[in-house]
Design a protein around this ligand. Sequence first.
Ligand code: FE2
Ligand code: FE2
Length: 258
Amino acid sequence: MRNVTLYESPGHRFILLNESDAGEEEGVRSNQYLVAHDGQGVLLDPGGFGVMPRVLVEMLRYVQPEQVKAIILSHQDPDIVGGLSTWLEMVEAPVYVSSIWLRFLPHYGISGMHRFIGVPDEGLSLEPAPGFHLQLIPAHFLHSEGHINVYDPVSKILFTGDIGAAMLPDNQEFTYVDDFDSHIPYIEWFHRRYMGSNKAAQAWVNRVSKLDIRMLAPQHGPVYRGKTVQQFLDWFARLQCGIDLMAADGSFAMDATP
Ligand SMILES: [Fe+2]
Ligand SMILES: [Fe+2]
């Protein structure tokens, strides 16, 4: 699978930078995104260490390193932060991440912490370059305690981090979710076990329901479009997950593995 242009209009693009041909990183396959506006770029969750060279090559088809104006991390996990030291050498841009993770990130061996900007719990309106607007939207406890989404008002794409993430079998790969019911087996266990609680899910669904959303773009698995956007929101708002499923003795009312 090649890069996928999720949205394109004069001067504006939202691109899924594909790393899956790289085959250099064990673990969960991840999506990296580039939002480009009038020749300036913003990277969303640029990925783990093993995929960095391939993601860089793909990014260079659209923008040069000096045109990258911001890197936004949805949360603190290794599949997101693992490649960051190398990115910091390649690009000058500031890095945005929830303020609650700032003091932990140096443990990834990152020396350029002065370039990090803490996103407050209530989110942030960002203008990475003149006329280029992005909204950083709180999505806490889904799963990370400091988790942020990114909404692009031009493409109407909401980057959802781990929310909506699918764990597809190795031999399966597709770009879009078009049939929600058949997609549930790939998302159910992950959301029930990793997401914090139904309270957090409902709060997030209420918040993002105020946005005009054309696509939900998660950090893992295919992108939701068309009617599957609302179907996912409805499903997630009802989902019992995380501590909802935890019994008094600490056990979970679900299988330990998918
Ligand atoms: Fe995560
Ligand atoms: Fe993830």
